[in-house]
Design a protein around this ligand. Structure first.
Ligand SMILES: Cc1cc2nc3c(=O)[nH]c(=O)nc-3n(C[C@H](O)[C@H](O)[C@H](O)COP(=O)(O)O)c2cc1C
Length: 165
């Protein structure tokens, strides 16, 4: 893979995150876990190019993202759709998803990602905050998405590297 500047990324953010989906991958005590994500964004914050993602408290991947300073966002081709669905349905708490997925873990500066990815964002955490129900201006978002009150934590992370195939 080659490294490009975030400004050189050709993908449309909305399709990349919302339609192609991301694999959020992080390492904790030498173990790697990953999960599918289709919510988040790319932008500029505090003078840095950033990605933001949201993780519900029950995600095993959250423990991995919380444990380290970095995580990666991998984008895979359409041919991996079934794998992405699997990684977004089963928890790494219950089975060794990464091994079963057949994907190949590799790393960039100590941050794990998948060799099969067409695009990878290596991210360094800057900020994390659980969504606060009292802050919803449109209360219907709260009612629709949080009947269990399992509010996402939002992570804003600096994009340290963009790798493309
Ligand atoms: C298409 C898709 C998008 C998802 N997006 C998110 C997301 O943005 N945030 C989140 O917390 N969970 C999201 N999930 C759910 C997690 O991927 C799922 O619960 C996964 O099994 C968690 O695995 P883990 O427990 O090993 O971390 C999504 C699932 C799918 C299938």
């Amino acid at each position: 893979m080659k490294s490009i500047k975030p400004e050189e990324l050709q993908k449309n953010t909305f399709s990349m995150i919302g339609k192609e989906w991301l694999l959020v991958t992080a390492c904790k005590e030498g173990k790697v876990n990953t999960m599918t994500a289709s919510w988040g964004g790319l932008g500029v914050m505090w003078g840095k190019n950033v990605a933001f993602i949201v993780l519900r408290p029950q995600r095993y991947t959250k423990e991995f993202v919380d444990a380290g300073e970095t995580f990666s966002l991998s984008v895979l081709d359409e041919s991996y759709r079934k794998t992405l669905s699997y990684l977004g349905t089963v928890s790494g708490r219950n089975e060794d998803k990464v091994a079963k997925s057949g994907l190949t873990v590799t790393e960039e500066d100590g941050t794990p990602y998948f060799e099969e990815a067409n695009t990878v964002l290596v991210c360094r955490k800057l900020y994390a905050q659980p969504y606060d129900p009292s802050c919803f201006i449109d209360k219907s978002c709260d009612e629709k998405w949080y009947p269990e009150k399992d509010y996402h934590t939002m992570y804003i992370a600096e994009i340290e590297k963009v790798l493309v195939r």
